[in-house]
Design a protein around this ligand. Structure first.
Ligand SMILES: [Zn+2]
Length: 174
């Protein structure tokens, strides 16, 4: 088994500075991820940035069939974004696009680097009644149990806000 959030802190290969609990924007923290929520007209835009360790538990090029399968299953799951992200039902939002980017999702993942790898996901919903859009329930924790914390930033019609989600607190409101 690989990298619990804490084993990384001890591993010699883990050379990134270890941020305090509230890391700076862009911090790569195993077990955590960041989500930017933007409401723009009828469009709900979600940008996920996460260490792969927070999703599949490793960040190196897959070495076994099981690891390849884990990456594939992760990507398949995220592409079903309408089952992971639930905007306010009254807003009647439908998923229109999903884009996933990660070095490990390329046909031949690059070796080397600093041993860390992220996944960036872009999820776009179109909403029939965007004025009713008031919150978002995030189901990432159920699908990815290694994820323990999600720092959310919202840019909505009434300004910006931030929230920290967890397996116990899965809904962000604005
Ligand atoms: Zn990492």
């Amino acid at each position: 088994m690989n990298a619990s959030p804490f084993s990384c802190l001890l591993a010699a290969a883990c050379l990134l500075p270890v941020p305090a609990l509230a890391g700076p924007p862009g911090a790569h923290v195993h077990g955590a991820a960041r989500l930017q929520v933007a409401v723009d007209g009828s469009t709900l835009n979600l940008q996920l940035e996460t260490p792969l360790a927070s999703l599949v538990g490793f960040e190196h090029a897959p070495r076994t069939a099981q690891q390849k399968q884990a990456l594939q299953a992760m990507a398949d799951r995220l592409r079903q974004a309408n089952e992971i992200f639930t905007p306010t039902p009254a807003a009647r939002c439908t998923l229109v696009s999903v884009e996933l980017e990660s070095p490990l999702l390329q046909p031949s993942p690059p070796a080397g680097g600093d041993g860390h790898a992220d996944l960036d996901g872009s999820f776009v919903f179109r909403c029939d009644d965007a004025a009713a859009l008031r919150d978002l329930e995030v189901g990432l924790f159920a699908s990815f149990p290694k994820l323990r914390r999600l720092d959310v930033q919202v840019a909505g019609p009434r300004g910006q806000s931030a929230a920290r989600l967890s397996p116990q607190q899965r809904r962000v409101s604005w």
